[in-house]
Design a protein around this ligand. Structure first.
Ligand code: SOE
Length: 411
């Protein structure tokens, strides 16, 4: 960390060191505190201690339905106060930005209320559970932008330095005309058929399964890297295990045939699809929770007329690059170690070669959002970008329902 060794970072709003930097405080209120909430908290706690920020984030309050649990989470994660009603969190004077880390079924309602109340919003991916919700959110974000509010969606993998570098290299034309875009996102936590029916396996809560959870990330990354929206898709989806044990206290509506303690899985376990980009590139995507042995394997490769790029999240400090304009006898993929000060985000961290990890993407996300708020710049990814991903997810479901018929996304 070179830039701001002595600067106070994010405060927990409890008054500790508030104002010592002379920077305008910006109160953050977060809804939800499970895995993503913990990851976002890490980002908010760290961002001001690493980057030179235009405002000073303050961890004002966290919200969850269970009073005891949310208070414990507040202490553990560094939030000054706890709320049990998200409307109360939005109404707080010390909350300028609402960070939504809940399941997808509440994204739209909370985001719309927060924007209406004049707050900035960060919303976890996928933006919503349906295109209609995402459209309403994107429209509200556009109206709020005219009032100086910022709304961003949490596609954190854009903030892996190697992927931001990949975007830069594609935009610079280092790959020439893109021909192939290949992305896979593989996990294995559903291979075990006794894994219970959590909210992620229910369409009413999560919208879709591997498609929305993992597919949303790789669709966003593909559109970000190519710099264009997907034009159309042909898809297959599958639910390999259709009934799973119900969780304690699950609503009776989830019970499978005959009232057994098994419930019906209402989302996909896997989605495989091909796509076209307007410029002519062909893409393939695979998102699954059934890839035994693959824990969080996000991989991609781009092939262009002048070269190729490849990335593997398990080696996230590296980007492989093949320059096809070099003499064939000595060319080939070479490994770029993305830890140099002039690589995206890296300058604020450690000396070359020391490397970053998953959690740093949330620090970078917080940094980019705070800069957008301070400068009034359009945030990336915006709610409009989230809507664009949502349209691809819907087209994938439509195509899969018609046994893979090509389904246009762009009109
Ligand atoms: C679960 O599958 C999950 O936590 C996703 O929801 C995240 O977005 C992804 O980054 C890791 O896996």
């Amino acid at each position: 960390m070179r830039e701001t060794e002595t600067e106070a970072g994010a405060d927990s709003g409890s008054g500790a060191d508030s104002g010592s930097t002379g920077k305008r405080p910006l109160g953050v209120g977060m809804v939800g505190y499970a895995f993503m909430g913990a990851a976002h908290s890490q980002g908010w706690r760290t961002v001001g201690r690493v980057f030179d920020l235009p405002v000073r984030p303050v961890l004002s309050a966290v919200c969850g339905r269970d009073g005891g649990a949310v208070r414990a989470a507040a202490d553990r994660l560094g939030w000054a106060a706890a709320e049990t009603d998200w409307r109360a969190l939005i109404a707080r004077d010390d909350v300028d930005l609402v960070d939504i880390c809940t399941p997808g079924d509440s994204h739209a309602e909370i985001a719309l209320a927060a924007l209406e109340a004049g707050k900035h919003v960060l919303c976890e991916k996928p933006l919503a559970n349906t295109v209609e919700e995402a459209e309403a959110m994107a429209e509200a974000a556009e109206r709020a932008r005219a009032r100086g509010q910022v709304a961003m969606v949490g596609f954190n993998y854009r903030r892996v330095p190697a992927l931001a570098l990949a975007r830069r290299m594609v935009a610079e034309g280092r790959l020439g005309a893109l021909r192939h875009v290949r992305l896979t996102y593989l996990q294995d936590w559903l291979v075990d058929a006794s894994f219970p029916l959590t909210w992620r396996l229910r369409k009413d809560r999560a919208g879709s399964g591997a498609l929305g959870d993992l597919g949303a990330h790789i669709v966003d990354l593909a559109q970000y890297l190519v710099g264009e929206p997907v034009a159309g898709v042909s898809a297959l989806t599958e639910t390999f295990v259709r009934e799973r044990p119900l969780l304690e206290g699950a609503p009776s509506g989830l019970t499978a045939e005959g009232g057994s303690r098994l419930g019906t899985v209402t989302v996909d376990d896997a989605a495989v699809f091909t796509a076209r980009f307007p410029s002519g590139a062909l893409a393939s995507f695979e998102a699954t929770r059934f890839a035994a042995g693959r824990k969080n394997a996000l991989r991609l490769e781009l092939n262009g007329s002048e070269g190729s790029l490849a990335f593997d999240l398990e080696r996230l400090n590296e980007l492989s690059f093949h320059d096809h304009t070099e003499p064939a006898a000595s060319s080939g993929f070479r490994r770029i170690l993305v830890t140099e000060p002039d690589h995206p985000y890296v300058e604020a961290w450690w000396p070359p070669g020391h490397g970053l990890g998953y959690e740093h993407t949330f620090v970078h996300q917080a940094r980019d959002l705070l800069h957008a708020i301070a400068t009034g710049a359009r945030p990336e990814p915006s709610f409009a970008d989230g809507l664009s991903v949502q349209r691809v997810l819907a087209a994938v479901e439509e195509s899969a329902a018609k046994n893979s018929v090509y389904t246009p996304v762009l009109g």
